[in-house]
Design a protein around this ligand. Structure first.
Ligand code: HEC
Length: 125
């Protein structure tokens, strides 16, 4: 076997290994959320569902949960999507960024905000 061919194979193998790397959360510079400052559902959480266009799919009469501003809180409560006992396992926090969701999910800072809101009791504030 020619030496150059061996190098070629090594490079291809390297590329193949690299292709398997996948970052679920896009790296982003985040300012940590202060856990002692109350997170407001209406002014901080509900807009995430709108600005991140969750509502293009999760609209009234569309894919559940209905995340439109008018119905988001109700959907989260009735579908039990926020788990205040183990906040990290809340569906509204963990599912959107998972590989089983058909969309990219939250940015790192949005995810942090949602987790903090759940830890504070998932209030309709
Ligand atoms: C392109 C359409 C689309 C977008 C955009 C989208 N979703 Fe979804 N979502 C789905 C579908 C379809 C499902 C059902 C599970 C599946 O097939 O992925 C789902 C399921 C979910 C569930 C799970 C509900 C359950 O019953 O367990 C949650 C929570 C959710 N989405 C939240 C979000 C949030 C938050 C956003 C925005 C950050 C978002 N989704 C954006 C299509 C979408």
């Amino acid at each position: 076997m020619k030496k150059s061919y061996v190098y070629f194979l090594l490079v291809m193998f390297g590329l193949l290994l690299n292709a398997c790397k996948y970052d679920f959360i896009v790296p982003e510079v985040t300012t940590p959320v202060d856990p002692t400052v109350p997170v407001s559902f209406s002014t901080q959480i509900a807009p995430i569902f709108n600005t991140e266009t969750c509502v293009s799919c999760h609209k009234t009469g569309g894919q559940a949960p209905d995340l439109t501003t008018a119905n988001a809180y109700n959907s989260i409560k009735t579908m039990n999507l926020a788990n205040t006992t183990t906040p990290e396992s809340s569906i509204i926090y963990a599912f959107p960024g998972s590989s089983s969701h058909s969309w990219k999910g939250y940015t790192a800072s949005e995810a942090q905000l949602i987790l903090t809101w759940i830890k504070q009791g998932a209030l309709n504030n």
